[in-house]
Design a protein around this ligand. Sequence first.
Ligand code: GDP
Ligand code: MG
Length: 176
Amino acid sequence: ASSLGSPACPEVEQSYIMIKPDGVQRGLVGEIISRFEKKGFSLKGLKLFRCPKDLAQEHYKDLKDKPFFPTLIDYITSGPVVCMVCILFTATYFVILSCKAWEGAGVVASARKLIGATNPLQAEPGTIRGDLAVQTGRNVVHGSDSPDNGKREIALWFKEGELCQWESVQTPWLVE
Ligand code: GDP
Ligand code: MG
């Protein structure tokens, strides 16, 4: 039940985060990335990308029978998106001491909390959608809804060589 990185780069879950075309058009890229950075998450991947239709359809395949699916695909492919892999490094010694350290760090669930409810009018103030958006069809950002979907989405949106193995110097100041 773990998504182990290489020993030189210990990490727990990974979340696929994406700034949608409205976030890019509205000049919110820096603001949105900053929210994840300030929380203590680190970037493992980052790119500006024009999403082809088939990728958008694959990404949102669970919603393909919804009435809003065609407009969702139009929206996501309407301009560049910013693709990110967000991770939370663990203190290196945890790797040696206990495999439990790999579990439950919850970057995926925590990122969803930072993002807020799907409908921005219902999203709590303080969340990205709660602070920066007003409509479900223009809710500025995506975040994986489970660790398994995190893996699936990262594999969809990033090629192996596009991800960066590193460890943040903040780690010992973020986790004990
Ligand atoms: P999320 O995980 O919070 O992003 O929400 P979902 O997985 O349920 O839906 C994926 C995305 O589809 C949302 O972020 C919206 O961009 C879009 N979406 C969901 N529901 C609706 C809807 O009722 N109308 C429209 N126009 N878009 C929707
Ligand atoms: Mg979702």
